[in-house]
Design a binder for this molecule. Structure first.
Ligand code: MG
Length: 382
């Protein structure tokens, strides 16, 4: 069965113009690799990535846990890279529609993607464009011929095509290297629509473009907070793990995993910020593999899900509720460990504790409760 829509991202650049030793598609933008952001922007669509020879390991490191449908070795030119990628999609069963995209444009608003795909209902292709705002000059910037910017457009990617139209056009193309696929498809006589592009899609070419893209990204992020709450029973002959730290105490917490009530509450708070359910839906207690599991794995997984959405964890505030043990002596160790699990500075982790004046189950020492609030920033169209 062909994919209804597949995505081809060309990430084969050596990145010389961006000035770094690391090609720009593998560099970090707001804490997430450029290529990982480009892939994540397509949501659940199958993505094929074209890299240069020798870039497999860099791609895998940049993508982390994010899966792609195929990794393809590029050619000497962009056009060859696109052809290799399309061939790989064909070998995987083909696609009715294809989006061809540059990794150097990692910030793709959902609205642009939706408009491109919708345009293919009536047209063979669709490209995002923006009007040219600046004055243009040909030759010498001050003395040269000025160019009337009316009717001039900046053409961005992704460019969307009906697969049959793109394949036919490429097979007929006999010209020099085309600037983009839209040129090839139009030359073959197919119809190509334009949809509104977005400044977010401006290409990252030079080192200063990263700062611009990060500033733009911050304006499109929204803050979200969510809470988590957990309780575990205190029992003799159990280890006591709190906030990822082992504490010597007369009793420990019992539960299916290591019963670290603090990390469980934080995990639920982090999951809540992206509406990703709760710890039990990701790590069901009925599954034997989580018996006695170290809870830092649950929290690290939740954090990875936030990063996969293009999000950033801003702050964690934890409150432990118990009569004993005293939390104060362990507070800094817990902050440090939680920060380590989340790859955050300690300054972004708060650990507090309270008793309940000997009232209720915590007051009677039957169990320990924990509540947490996580604050994150995520793309507004996530
Ligand atoms: Mg629990």
């Amino acid at each position: 069965m062909p994919y209804p829509t597949a995505v081809l991202i060309v990430a084969a650049g050596r990145g010389e113009r961006a000035g770094g030793a690391v090609p720009k598609q593998f560099s970090l933008l707001g804490g997430v690799a450029v290529i990982a952001r480009a892939v994540a922007a397509f949501g659940d669509l199958p993505v094929f990535v074209v890299v240069a020879e020798g870039q497999h390991a860099a791609l895998a490191a940049a993508l982390g846990a994010r899966a792609v449908s195929g990794v393809v070795i590029g050619g000497a030119t962009r056009q060859e890279s696109v052809r290799n990628g399309l061939a790989a999609i064909g070998e995987a069963g083909g696609a009715d529609k294809v989006l061809v995209h540059d990794a150097a444009r990692p910030l793709l608003p959902r609205a642009v993607l939706d408009n491109l795909i919708a345009a293919l209902d009536t047209r063979d292709g669709a490209v995002p464009v923006l009007p040219v705002a600046d004055s243009l000059a040909r030759g010498d910037a001050l003395m040269g011929e000025t160019v009337d910017r009316a009717g001039l457009w900046r053409v961005q990617t992704p460019q969307a095509f009906r697969m049959d139209a793109l394949m036919t056009s490429l097979s007929r193309w006999t010209g020099e290297a085309a600037t983009d696929e839209a040129q090839v498809v139009r030359a073959a006589g197919y119809s190509v629509a334009t949809v509104s592009g977005d400044m977010m899609l401006d290409k990252i070419t030079h080192p200063q473009d990263f700062a611009r893209a990060e500033a733009l990204l911050a304006t499109r992020m929204v803050s979200r907070s969510a809470s988590g709450y957990d309780v575990h029973r205190l029992a003799e002959d159990e280890e006591l793990w709190l906030g990822g730290v082992k504490i010597e105490h007369t009793h420990g917490l019992s539960g299916h995993s290591d019963a670290d009530v603090a990390l469980h509450a934080i995990t639920d708070a982090v999951l809540g910020t992206i509406g990703a359910g709760d710890i039990g839906s990701h790590f069901p207690p009925s599954d034997a593999q989580w018996r006695g599991a170290a809870s830092h794995r649950f929290l690290a997984h939740a954090a990875e899900l936030v990063v996969a959405k293009g999000g950033i964890i801003d702050f964690i505030d934890l409150t432990l509720i118990c009569e004993a043990p005293k939390i104060g002596p362990h507070r800094e160790a817990m902050r440090a460990r939680i920060a380590e699990i989340l790859h955050l500075p300690v300054s972004r982790i708060s650990v507090k504790a309270t008793t309940t004046e000997r009232l209720g189950f915590t007051g009677r020492g039957e169990g320990i409760a924990a509540q947490a609030v996580a604050t994150v920033r995520v793309p507004e169209d996530m």
